[in-house]
Design a protein. Sequence first.
Length: 181
Amino acid sequence: MAQNATIYKVELSVSDMDRHYYETHKLTVAKHPSETDERLMVRLVAFALNAHEHLELTKGLSTDDEPDIWQKSLSGELDVWVALGLPSEKVMRQSCGKAGQVIVYSYGGRTAEVWWDKIRNSTTRFGNLEVVNFSEADTDALAKLASRAMKLQVNIQDGEVMVSVDESVVYLNPETWKAAA
């Protein structure tokens, strides 16, 4: 018998001083049975980093042809495609053809570094691709914040990210491996 997704209720308050974006999003997040707390929290941070009134969480791991997060224009075009983890070169190429902006948030420590070394040269032709990495220490600390009902506060200033839940605070320093042109 297949396991069902676990539902998380998240109140995500974003204070992004870099983009002058200040909003609270009430999100219902379905955590796939194979998804870790680490990945769930990276997904929420990626949402905060790209927060916009039209940004949406997708089915994520449940489907192969959708990103984890996307933003569509009012006419239905894909403006922003946000993927997590270590997508293949083929997936990134297809994503870059479908969306105006593609952002990959990688994580996983040494595994992510090996992945990036392998595909770095093949991504130079994609001017709409950005690759950002989270260190293993950062994502391990994030995973410890996960709970089924969260009030998550994310403050972004000068590229640094502070994530807090109740009294717990995690400081993230995302590293841009490839900037969009």
